[in-house]
Structure formats: structure tokens, C-alpha cells
Design a protein around this ligand. Structure first.
Ligand code: ADP
Ligand code: MG
Length: 335
């Protein structure tokens, strides 16, 4: 019999790279994490600039509350977060982030620089990390808010870099992340530049329908039917169309692709004789303790405490919205 292999703890760097395997798949996943941090910091405006599909660089600048200079290096460390401190807080967490893993993961597989100035502070500070330990903070120039710069994604993990696709494919994924966020948060001003050219620009608006048209085009807006339902702590609102198409679902402001929600939409479509799920943009709000966002590494899936109720409410709400459409005429209008 051969000897049993001995157990050793992973090095911090390797542990981070393993964690990065779950969270950081491609430039779009980096952008998603950085955008969520900007939102959690209360940003009203977020500007994204990237090069070569985001593989060469992604730079995200926000006007949020900033990071305390003494916390800059900590922000890049694993399991360090300003968002939750206790289990009770975790169970009702309302921020998009809470694991304190994203920046550490990203910094383990890319060159990262974090530059930040707090409201009321005289100067900005920055720290940089290349595939691991951050260096010492240095004074920098930056308005109130934060910029995170991520360069040369997977420069030190060639095995992962091989899985990246063509520039335009990576850019398309990145744009999807930005468009989804734009749908979730019309109150934000958002822009995306790629290789020096502006690709997307969404000025802040209070008008959700207008934002929807900005993101999905006038056609979607013109043929869209409003969805609205409120019942027992669950609120659903959004738009749907009487034909198959893109489905975007948001739970408490978070873009999710959830099996339960997709099933409900398909069911609503089938009830009306459609093949598959109708095109829809749907926002669900429910108390934070009714939904568990801590079940998927990128938090792209969630678990509902009363899944059956959510499913039924969604089928009903979308069915109502569309049955009106079918009765009036199939080219009805709203939004
Ligand atoms: P999490 O978001 O789960 O807390 P992250 O690794 O994404 O973990 O970020 C670590 C910490 O860095 C955050 O808790 C926050 O305090 C700080 N941080 C990151 N990005 C920003 C930002 N854009 N503005 C202000 N603080 C930020
Ligand atoms: Mg985060």
C-alpha cells in the first residue's frame, strides 16, 4: 500500500487563483464585479473604458464614497469586506457584494490598480498589485470616488487565457453586463468606451420605460406591455412582448438567470400559445430574507424561500399583461 499523501494548506496566492476560477471567467465577469462595487459605494455615475475586449484593460471609474486610504490594500485581500460583519447581516444583506473575494480574485490573475478619494478628503491614494500582494499606498490624483484598473487579464495563468474568445465576443459579453445594469438602474449614468471609441451611453433618467428603449431599442418599447403585480411582500414590474425574445430578470436589483424564473416565463408563454418564453424585462422585489443570493459564485442564480409563490405570481403577472395584448390586438402598445 502506498503512503497517504500529506496535507498542506494552499498558499494565499494559489487559494486566490482557485477562487478566481469561480468568479473571474472573462473580462465581462471582471466588469460585473467592479460595477457591483461601484453601486455598493453609492455611485451615481460610472464610466467604463476598456481595450481589446477588456483583456488588455478595463478601467471603471465611479463617484461613490471611496475607500479609506488605510483600507486600500485590505480591499485587495481575500475575505475582507466592508459590507457584512455577522451572520445575521449576511442573511438580510442588501448590498450586491458581501464575500470580499472579487478584488482579491481579480488581483491574483491580473495587474490591478485601485485609486480612491473619500468625500471630504484632500487627496487620493492608490495601491497596485500584480498577481498577488499589493504594494504600499501612494498619493494619487483622483476626484471623489474610485477607479479600479485591471490590466492583462490572466497574464500569469496562460491556461485560463486560452479560454478567452475573440475581441468582439469578449466585448459583446461586456456590453451585455453594462446593458443589464442599465436596465436594473435607470438612475445611474453609465458609459462604455472601447479602444477609445464610445460604445454605450445611458444618461440617468427617472423614466424606466425610457431607459428600456435606450437599452433595447424603440421597437421593444413600442410593442411592450407593462407588467405589474404586488402581493404579500412580492412586487413584480417590467415589460413583456407577445413573442419570443430576450429575457432579462432582476431580483432586488441584481441581474439573475434563474431556472425558476425561466420556467415561469416559459409557462406563461405556453399558456398563450407562444413557443417558449416571451421577451421580457422583469424586476422582482422581495424582502432580502426571502431570497438567498449566496448560492452561486458569481451570484447569477438565487434561491427563493417561497419559490412556488414566486413562480405562480410571475406566470400570473406576465399572463395578465399578455392576455390584454392578445385580446386588443397582437401589436398592442405601451411603455
Ligand atoms: P465585496 O464587494 O464582497 O465586499 P470586493 O472584493 O468586491 O468584496 O471588495 C472589497 C471591498 O473593497 C469592499 O467591501 C469595499 O469596501 C471596497 N471597495 C471595492 N470597490 C469599491 C468602490 N468602487 N468604491 C468603494 N469601495 C470599494
Ligand atoms: Mg464586490
Amino acid at each position: 500500500m502506498s503512503e497517504s499523501p500529506r496535507i498542506r494548506p494552499l498558499s494565499e496566492a494559489l487559494a486566490n487563483q482557485i477562487a478566481a476560477g469561480e468568479v473571474v471567467e472573462r473580462p465581462a465577469s471582471v466588469a460585473k464585479e467592479l460595477l457591483e462595487n461601484a453601486l455598493d459605494a453609492g455611485a451615481r455615475r460610472v464610466d467604463i473604458a476598456c481595450e481589446e475586449g477588456g483583456v488588455r484593460s478595463i478601467r471603471i471609474t465611479d463617484d461613490g464614497v471611496g475607500v479609506h486610504p488605510e483600507d486600500l490594500a485590505l480591499a485587495l485581500q481575500r475575505h475582507a469586506t466592508s459590507k457584512v460583519a455577522t451572520l445575521a447581516e449576511l442573511e438580510t444583506v442588501a448590498s450586491l457584494g458581501f464575500r470580499g473575494e472579487a478584488l482579491a480574485s481579480i488581483a491574483s490573475v491580473a495587474r490591478v490598480r485601485l485609486i480612491s478619494r473619500r468625500a471630504g478628503a484632500e487627496e487620493a491614494w492608490s495601491v497596485a498589485a500584480e498577481g498577488g500582494e499589493p504594494g504600499a499606498p501612494e498619493p494619487a490624483g483622483h476626484p471623489v470616488g474610485t477607479t479600479v484598473e485591471v490590466r492583462d487579464l490572466f497574464f500569469n495563468t496562460p491556461g485560463r487565457r486560452k479560454f478567452l474568445r475573440a475581441e468582439r465576443t469578449e466585448l459583446a459579453h461586456l456590453e451585455t453586463v453594462v446593458r443589464r445594469l442599465a436596465m436594473a438602474r435607470p438612475d445611474l449614468t453609465l458609459s462604455l468606451r472601447h479602444n477609445g471609441r464610445q460604445r454605450l451611453h445611458f444618461p440617468a433618467t427617472e423614466d424606466r420605460a425610457r431607459r428600456l428603449r435606450d437599452v433595447l431599442g424603440r421597437d421593444f418599447g413600442e410593442a411592450a406591455h407593462p407588467v405589474a403585480l404586488e402581493a404579500e411582500g412580492l412586487a413584480i414590474h417590467g415589460w413583456t412582448r407577445a413573442e419570443a425574445g430576450e429575457l432579462h430578470t432582476f431580483v432586488n436589483g441584481r441581474a439573475v438567470r434563474d431556472r425558476l424564473l425561466q420556467t415561469a416565463l416559459r409557462r406563461a408563454g405556453e399558456d398563450l400559445g407562444l413557443e417558449g418564453a416571451p421577451a421580457a424585462v422583469l424586476h422582482l422585489s422581495l424582502p432580502p430574507d426571502e431570497v438567498d443570493c449566496n448560492v452561486h459564485p458569481a451570484k447569477a442564480e438565487v434561491r427563493f424561500r417561497r419559490g412556488r409563490d414566486v413562480h405562480d405570481a410571475l406566470v400570473h403577472a406576465v399572463g395578465e399583461a399578455l392576455s390584454g395584448a392578445f385580446v386588443a390586438d397582437s401589436g398592442g402598445s405601451a411603455a
